[in-house]
Design a protein. Structure first.
Ligand code: ZN
Length: 226
């Protein structure tokens, strides 16, 4: 359980495990085409939320138009603190955003949310196989952050299987981002060690709509969820 350190309280903060369960349940609703009444009712709380917020999860996801966190987890206004960037990479501004929400609101769970067939990951693989001479330096800054997690895969037999290569590269990139958040910030390290903050990695399937939390979830929780 993490205590909120500032800001008025909207609702009591939940634990990381409760937050993960809430995301899982929301994603199950999304997959089965059901919308939560709580999610719809949250829109009537707009005035209340104008002066305070208590998001129960922080989502660092890809900018892809098909993976909006609030929709795929069936959550409403004030529920999620969302950071989106192509390829769900972690640079200083993403770490700062996560620090801000985790400290300010006491949010107990961070999810790095990648997705199948991620265009940023595919672009990185293409760039490694056939480097382009002219690439925007801004785009390159994204590719360069994805590169280390996919480069090693190209040295394996996976290079002969483009579909499996992208699948592994997406997950590798999520793992790298999650590890970067776990180890790249004194503030986050402190919250993880002392306050129960949990950073997990997940992959959203464009095909099924399901989210698989495959990285950083304690084994005991995993078994309980089956
Ligand atoms: Zn993507």
């Amino acid at each position: 359980m993490i205590r909120r350190t500032a800001s008025p309280i909207v609702t009591p903060m939940i634990t990381a495990r409760q937050a993960l369960d809430r995301l899982r349940e929301g994603n199950e609703r999304f997959v089965t085409g059901v919308r939560s009444m709580d999610m719809l009712a949250s829109q009537t709380r707009r005035n209340e939320l104008a002066t305070s917020q208590a998001p129960f999860a922080i989502i660092l996801g890809c900018s892809d138009s098909r993976v909006p966190a609030e929709i795929v987890f069936d959550q409403g206004l004030g529920d999620l603190f969302v950071i989106r960037v192509a390829g769900n990479i972690v640079a200083s501004s993403q770490i700062g955003s996560v620090e801000f929400a985790a400290e300010r609101f006491g949010t107990p769970l961070v999810v790095v949310l990648g997705h199948s067939l991620c265009g940023a990951v595919q672009a990185t693989l293409e760039e490694l196989i056939r480097p382009k001479e002219q690439q925007s330096p801004n785009l390159r800054s994204i590719v360069d952050r994805i590169r280390p997690s996919v480069e090693t895969l190209l040295a394996t037999e996976l290079r002969h299987d483009p579909v499996a290569l992208v699948r592994h590269a997406v997950r590798g990139n999520v793992r790298v981002s999650a590890n970067h958040l776990r180890n790249g910030s004194r503030i986050l390290e402190h919250l993880i060690q002392r306050e129960g903050l949990l950073v997990v990695g997940a992959e959203y399937s464009l095909e099924t709509g399901a989210v698989d939390f495959f990285d950083g979830v304690p084994d005991a929780w995993r078994l309980a969820a089956v």
